[in-house]
Design a protein around this ligand. Sequence first.
Ligand code: ADP
Length: 627
Amino acid sequence: MKEFKAESKKLLDLMINSIYTNKEIFLRELISNASDAIDKIYYKALTDESIKFNREDFYIKIKADEEKRTLTVSDTGIGMTEEELENNLGIIAKSGSLDFKQELEMNSSIDIIGQFGVGFYSAFMVSKKVTVISKAFGADKAYKWESSGVEGFTISEAEKDTVGTDVIMEIKDNTDEENYDEFIKEYGLRDIIKKYSDYIRYPIKMGVTKSRIVEEGEEEKVESYVEEETLNSMVPIWRKNRSELKEEDYIEYYKDRHFGFDKPLKYIHMNVDGTLSFKAILYLPETPPFDFYTREYEKGLELYSSGVLIMQKCSDLLPDYFSFVKGVVDSEDISLNISREVLQHTRELKAIAKKIEDRIKQELENMLQNDREAYEKFFESFGKQLKFGVYQNFGMNKSTLQDLLLFYSGKEKKQLSFKEYKENMKEGQKYIYYATGDSNDSIDKLPQTELVRSKDFDILYLTDEVDEFSIKVINEYDGVEFRSVSSDDLGIEEDEEKKEEIEKVTKENEGLFKDMKEILGDKVTSVIPSKKLTSSPVCLSSEGEISIEMEKILSHMPNNEQVKAKKILEINPNHKVFDTLKDAEKNDKDKLKLLTGILFDQARLIEGLPIEDPVKYTNDVVELMNR
Ligand code: ADP
């Protein structure tokens, strides 16, 4: 007996002991696997002339035996070799990542089943024992995989004449709480298949019991007989007319294809005709897949050529910044016999990709205008990806994307687009102001924002790491430049009096500012009286290309520790601490050193920068207390 891999064991255990009420979905999962397996052999047959085939040879068969309480799902797909049986059914395909394991631990079984669509193992929700007999395409031997649960599985040689796979389930006995009979009865199975698998493009056949009247001598008698019927309509959803379909149909298909474990936020059904024809169904998910913001995530749409699946994830159909879109594309203008390498360079694929991109953009703009709530939900999930998109490739796509961005407004206390910000700008406001920080709360308290706020100008809050990088790339929106509240020049007209006051303070205290700069050495480029501060004592600002926020982000990346912002220490000349400084300058140089060090460290703390030497800082504060 072989053991299951650890995560599989856990998942299997969840399945066996599942209290999930929607157990019938196991059939959808098995039929979907069967259909994928047929897709694979069908594609081979169409592209390899040495294989003889008939369309009728590809089907899925369902067989129930009420006496033995077994249910069999058979397919004429590509089959599995001995090794594949072990690898594919011994571990969960989608499980590799750590996140999934963590999800397993965190959530209840109900969430897992609902969210992930657990594939083959769901058979164990309804079965005591599962046997898989499979013969792989091109193999001469068939193999049997058997398991009764978490203890493990066995693999042995088996008899099977034709290529394909049979999944045989011994259905659980009924208990006081649960009745499993619908999974071995014709009518139950029929309903489930119609409900979840109607769109499967291969016939799902089942023997259906019917009755007829026969004449026996003089008498007429009712006789029952079994006739094989195809239970599904086989028309893929994208081939149907929009008018025939309901929202539920689109949602069901999304789940069926495992596009996401959430409900899609929006779907788009495209039907393009002309020099280039294709049909597509695109989905905007509501929440990011668990691996979305990792390297493992693969973007792409399912690509069909006249109804034949040629690629599960065609990445060339989506730009990176729309990588969250899921769905399917079917075009008769894409040749079946084309290699994947050549495919990506074809004019047709590029043209389809362009149309899809335009349509997604249009849908997002539409949502932003007409369904703000949905858009904000979308943006919370995928806004970061759009911001990356702006920043990537030196801003090549910024004009496509900038109107889709939202940032939190300090004044309005809600998300605004640049357009909305601009419309709300005050008379005499020269720039679009932004402030960076870890959270909206921390930016609310940022001393640097005081002057801008005092003029009643709005400030956009940048709290994602990528934010400031994208803003720098955008540079200006509709003729208005962006400006950080920490920047040296805020473009705010000083009244003459204030300007004179600052000049006066600078002149009168030349010695003090020079001394303080000397004490801090190359930690700052200068120490100046602040124009921005109204109530806080100190803050840091920066000059040049690298802002303090960027320094923070870059310091987390390898080899970038050396990148530092050019910092300016600003002192509020109207704060009491300024008098203390002046006094120390005159009478107690040691105290000035102490104060300068402490104020600088405090300014760093406000910015969210670490203090270089925390022990020295606390010692200094204590010394000041005891002076
Ligand atoms: P998923 O289908 O999401 O990959 P499953 O656990 O349902 O996950 O199946 C694991 C793998 O086992 C599949 O990816 C496929 O390679 C293989 N498999 C399952 N069922 C069949 C089948 N009927 N025919 C051929 N291969 C199958």
